[in-house]
Design a protein around this ligand. Sequence first.
Ligand code: PFF
Length: 450
Amino acid sequence: MNTEKMNKNQPGGKADQFSKSGFILAAIGSAVGLGNMWKFPYITGQYGGAAFFLLFIVCLVAVGLPVLLAELAIGRGGRGSAASSFIKVGGHKAWGGMGMLSVIGSFMIMSFYAIVAGWTFHYAIRSFSGKLFSNSDFGAQFGGFISGYTPILWQAVVLLITGWIVARGISGGIEKFNKVLIPGLLLLLIILMVRALTLPGAAAGVEFFLKPDFSKLTPESALVALGHAFFSLSLGMGAMMTYGSYVDRKQSLGSATLAIGGGDLFYAFIAGLIIFPTTFSFGIDQAQGPTLVFIALPAAFSAMPLGSLFGGLFFVLLAIAALTSTVSLIEVPVAFSMERWGLSRSKAVWIIIAGCFLLGLPSALSFGLIPGLTFGGKSFFDWMDFLASNILLPLGGLIVTVFAGYFWKGVGKEAGLTAGWFRVWLFMLRFVAPILVLFVFLHSAGIIKF
Ligand code: PFF
């Protein structure tokens, strides 16, 4: 499709693409996000500790990496948005509809992801200023905050920063920003990890996170682990496909896949080494779910020396991780609208940002301001999360595996693997990934239950 038009619209007026290292860092930035720092710790707490972590690694390697490579290859082969890349390499218009699912899905994820990202900004500032610790009922504080108007303000801030970065283009915006923030994130993680590991009683947390007890696993743990491998690697939403379209033909996609997967796992590992020692040291229940980092951790920070500094750093870390993911989410519909409607990059960015803000409003308000915003027992926020993460994301992943495994003739050439690795990859794409992803899909859609 109109790749030329798209490229003309990039800053600089010619093809705008990632440098080699810029691409790896940006893709790691997309993968590392609230999924690693907020979701991974609480699901590990809920679904089996170290045994769950192990399962997550297996899913990441056996299913996540093959699908990641397939997405990157489709994007680079098609050199367009998620929709047109599918059509270009698939040779049939019908595939465009499949790509459209990702455009819609990433837009939906963005609408509620920006809200949670906004919470982290608010918490960072309140922690540094010490206000967070002036009232020790952290549950009531969090409840009061999310049911008020302030989250809307922070949602707007997250969207404006995201828009500002993405409007600057691929090399001058997304790449530049990730090159600074991903190493910055690592530094913060290491500082906080050292703090957590030196807390009294930290060893029990390390044991919970790293010493597997397989009796804690349930069949559900496996499905949650696989679903999370997808979410964590930013798969099924066209994000990696869109980033793939800005990668140089000479770059090896196989090694990029390993670097991105390794990076994602490494950041999740360190996040675990911060959260579990901290919660164990302060006797906090790590299986309490999504509120873990907003309610339990402030309690821990309030009881530690220099807690407002460490708490503030922790929430800054979450905010940075979130931003490096929101830029990739927004790029999916942005690339699509530039290509489909010939919009300039900045016009496309601000239209999409405004759309995400509007779609996010009912989610932001569903925590209390509009109590009636609940359908079938789920709030608007929960519905957005459910539809995007549990339906569109696994469905998108399934389509990618089937497409790359069975329909795309040029898949081997684009992926550029050695003959042996290619065989392994194709086997995983054809036989292992689709079956497992189908299970995740049926389970998360509520069609099968354990
Ligand atoms: N991988 C991101 C995280 O772990 O927070 C979330 C995400 C980003 C999912 C981009 C999907 C996506 F397209």
